[in-house]
Design a protein around this ligand. Sequence first.
Ligand SMILES: [Zn+2]
Length: 344
Amino acid sequence: MVNATEPPYISALPKVELHVHLETSLRLRRLLQRCDPDLPLCGQPHNVADPSLFTGYDRLRRLRYAERANRLPDAAYTRANIAAITAELIAEASDQSVRHVEVRAGGQRAFSILGVRGMLDAMAEGAGEARRLGLSYGTVVTVIRERGPEEAGRIIAEAVAASGCAVVGVDLAGDEENYPAGLFSAPIARARDAGLGITVHAGEFAGPAGVWAAVYQLGATRIGHGIRAVEDPVLLDRLRERGVALEICPTSNVRLGLVSTMSAHPVGKFLNQGVPVTINSDDPVLLGTTLTGELASVARAHCLGPEILANLQVTAARAAFLPAAGRKSLEQAVVSQTCRGERR
Ligand SMILES: [Zn+2]
C-alpha cells in the first residue's frame, strides 16, 4: 500500500498492529458491493444527526450509524463472507509490512446471526491468509459495556471455549462514562484466568479514573487509547512501572474531536514520560486510516525519527497477546528485519 505522502522507510518498516476492529458490517458492505455494484441493500435510509455536531463516543456512534444507514441483509453474514473480510484485512496488513496483527471481533449482529463460535470459526478460517503471507495473527473478542456484564460473561465464556480459533484476548469497549470497568470484574477475571490478554478502551471518552480502574480492577495490560491518562502524572508513573502499553490511534482521536490536531495529541508526552506507546489504525474503513499512514502522521506532527518509529514496533511486539516465547521471537524478527531494511 504505497502512498506518496508516506516516506518509503515507514512503508517498509516491519510493524505490529494491536488495535484494529474488523468493522464487520462496513467490510461486508464493501465486499458485497464489489461483487455486485447494483446490489440493492434492504432497509430504509435513516435520519442520522450530523456526526460533526457531536464529539467523543456520541460522534463515533453517529459515524458508525451513518455508515450503516442501509442495513445489510442477514444473508450477508455467512461464514465464507466473514472469512473473506478477515483475509482481506490480513492482506492489507501484510501489504504494509505488518508482521503480527490482532483483529477485534465485536460485531453484535454477526455474533447473534452466526453465534459467537460461528463468528470466531469464520475468522479463524480467514486467518489462514496470515499463515500464507507469513505473519502471525490473533483474534481479540470485544465486549460492549452498554450491553451489560451478563452478555459480556456469555460472550467471554464462548470465547474461552473456542479452542483452535486463535482467540488471544478480550477487549472491553463502549460507553466508559456510564458503564464503569468495575461492573465487568467477574467476566474479565474469567478471561484472564483462562490465559487471555486483557485490553480496555479507557481514558478515551472519559478521564483517567477509567484507566486506573482498567489496570487495577480488571488487570488490563494494554489500554485502548488511554489518552486522558496524560492528565494524571501519578498514573503515567504507574503505567510506565507496570509496562502497561497504550494502544494509541491518532487519527481516530482527532476525527472524534478528542484532540484538536495531530500536533496537539499527547503521544509525544507519553513518549517523553517513558510510557509504553503503540500506534494503531483502529477503524480503517470508517476513518480512512492505515497503520503506515498513522505512523507517518505522528512522525510528522511530533518529529519522530526512524529509530523511534522502530522502537514503537518493539514496544508493540512486547505487548502482543502472545506467549512469552512468541513475543520474544516477534521482537527479534521486528528488530532484525528493521536492521536488514536499513542496510539495503
Ligand atoms: Zn477501538
